[in-house]
Design a protein around this ligand. Structure first.
Ligand SMILES: [Mn+2]
Length: 341
């Protein structure tokens, strides 16, 4: 493995050189895999569909390696996708890691990094610890999504593709932006995001259809699951903290796989006058996946002190116990954090 590594921060430099260098790596490789972080999302996974199509048109076959997660949310973009769940012993000469820059965010698929002879890393997260050493590395936190980076990186190539390919890639990139801006509501929704989206719309991406397909396409069962979860809303700490939950019994009643839901927390994120909210989802018997959201408190600190993590305003963690026990733990943490305000 050549450990020549470059960190490219300049956006002009990025456009001019990296795509050429990436195709040169692809020429040398007998096999190519694309992968993204654990608990894949509508940025990393959908950016992989876009990149796979670009590579395919350029004559390079590739396989997207997943954790075997449910990809049905993206089915409207997956007609041509070639993907496989990770299995031990898998080996690809060139590995492309999207929307992720550290080994520990790859879970078991970090083995693909060790087995690869050439590595390409493309990400827009701030590098923290354990940045993967790559032959070609592009980490630019300025970008709204990994998909947006791919579009700008290959823009000249994409504009030379057939209209149907341009449309497909533009749709995928638009979805990565919907995902990472949470429908243009996060602080990363800047002028250049709209400029890029205008360009994607000119290539045939239709915002209303993509919004429907990606953000509104819930099954009636999922909406029942959401509705029952919303009915569990309770307020604590003088109405400053909102709790809601979905237990396994509910999922069983509705014959619904909770792993396929978008976090129910998105439905209560805009509730007025809260210091914080916590959504408790039972994913196995007495194992609760907890989403913390706050515009005031640093919930990343709370999550990290229980083995979780994320961002200041949005974090997650997992706790074991019955509902009362895990809610007591979180309530105590939030109460302490509020006192410190
Ligand atoms: Mn992302």
């Amino acid at each position: 493995m050549s450990w020549f590594s470059r960190l490219c921060i300049s956006r002009n430099d990025m456009k001019n050189n990296i795509s050429t260098e990436l195709f040169a790596l692809a020429h040398k490789a007998k096999s190519i895999a694309i992968t993204t972080h654990i608990h894949s999302d509508g940025d990393g996974m959908v950016a992989a569909f876009a990149l796979q199509e670009i590579l395919r048109i350029k004559g390079f076959a590739s396989t997207i390696i997943t954790d075997g997660e449910d990809l049905s949310r993206y089915s409207f973009l997956m007609d041509k996708a070639v993907h496989q769940p990770f299995a031990e012993g898998m080996q690809y000469e060139l590995l492309m890691v999207l929307d992720c820059n550290s080994r520990d965010r790859l879970g078991p698929r970090a083995a693909l990094v060790d087995a690869a002879e050439m590595l390409f890393v493309l990400d827009h997260h701030v590098p923290e610890h354990g940045v993967i050493s790559a032959d070609l590395q592009l980490i630019d936190p300025h970008y709204v999504s990994a998909g947006a980076m791919i579009f700008r990186l290959f823009e000249r190539d994409i504009m030379g593709f057939e209209p149907s390919a341009r449309k497909f890639i533009s749709e995928a990139v638009y979805v990565t932006i919907l995902n990472d801006t949470n429908n243009f509501s996060n602080a990363n929704t800047r002028a250049e995001v709209f400029q890029l989206c205008a360009c994607l719309a000119r290539q045939g991406a239709q915002p209303h259809l993509l919004h429907q397909a990606f953000l509104q396409n819930q099954s009636p069962q999922e909406m029942l699951y959401v509705g029952h979860s919303l009915a569990s809303i309770r307020l604590h700490l003088e109405d400053r903290v909102l709790f809601l939950h979905s237990d396994l019994a509910l999922a069983k009643d509705l014959n619904y796989d909770p792993a396929s839901a978008m976090s129910v927390s998105r439905y209560v994120q805009g509730v007025a006058n809260l210091s914080a909210l916590a959504y408790f989802q039972e994913v196995q018997q007495e194992v609760w996946k907890i989403s913390l959201r706050s515009l005031k408190l640093n919930v990343q600190e709370i999550a990290a002190s229980h083995g979780g993590g994320g961002h200041r305003k949005a974090s997650g963690l997992t706790l074991k116990g019955n509902l009362q026990e895990v809610q007591d733990i979180i309530l105590k943490e939030l109460s302490q954090a509020i006192k410190k305000l």
